[in-house]
Design a protein around this ligand. Structure first.
Ligand SMILES: Cc1cc2nc3c(=O)[nH]c(=O)nc-3n(C[C@H](O)[C@H](O)[C@H](O)COP(=O)(O)O)c2cc1C
Length: 196
């Protein structure tokens, strides 16, 4: 069986980002579960803040269309994102908003309805970014029609949560991440035969 293609990204550009570390830990789990991972950074997809006038005049920027293609090619998408003021950080929300405006290339469905999504967060705070995941889940499911795996991983006190090698110190959290990653790979494989 061909391994499912899993796109992986973090909702932070910060050097030393805890969410990128979490994404890297997930990358190892997804690969171990048999997924073919493509780890991208939103740094490579710079986009202006969404502006309807700009879209009217120039259409969706080429970077937004390229990002749409990455989503559309994937059978699974793993997003690790911080919460900003209990919501989705602008870098990630803006990318999702632009991708949702691509009308050809399979449109919104290709990018959001077809892949299976798994979401996770890390924060130095006590809630681990959990509330931001609820906001992200709401956008993906209620508006964009995505299938988002119910289980989520939130890593609190992220500044002290990782080993030197990037693995999670807490075995329970590490286990949750392995389970979520394996579930993503399994569902992404299962979904392929009935994708449009
Ligand atoms: C504008 C802003 C808002 C934030 N709001 C929250 C918040 O609501 N909850 C939280 O746990 N951390 C919040 N933080 C702290 C982030 O969780 C922290 O900066 C984290 O390290 C960002 O993720 P990263 O390490 O992947 O870049 C906020 C940070 C910024 C810059």
């Amino acid at each position: 069986m061909t391994p499912p293609r899993i796109l992986l990204l973090a909702g932070s550009l910060r050097t030393g980002s805890f969410n990128r570390r979490l994404a890297e830990a997930a990358e190892r789990c997804i690969a171990a579960a048999g997924g073919d991972v493509e780890h991208i950074t939103l740094r490579d997809y710079p986009l202006p803040i969404y502006d309807a006038d700009l879209e009217e005049e120039e259409g969706v920027p080429e970077t937004g269309r390229r990002l749409h293609a990455r989503f559309a090619e994937a059978q699974g998408v793993f997003i690790a994102s911080p919460e900003y003021n209990a919501g989705t950080p602008p870098i990630l929300k803006n990318a999702i908003d632009w991708v949702s405006r691509v009308r050809d290339q399979g449109g919104q469905d290709a990018a959001f309805v077809r892949p299976v999504f798994a979401i996770a967060s890390a924060s130095p705070g006590g809630l681990g970014g959990y509330r931001g995941l609820m906001a992200l889940r709401q956008s993906l499911t209620l508006q964009l029609g995505a299938t988002v795996i119910p289980q989520m991983v939130s890593v609190s006190r992220a500044h002290e949560a990782f080993e030197e090698d990037g693995s999670l110190k807490d075995e329970r959290s590490a286990g949750f991440l392995r389970t979520l990653s394996a579930r993503l790979v399994k569902l992404a494989s299962a979904i392929e035969p009935w994708r449009d």
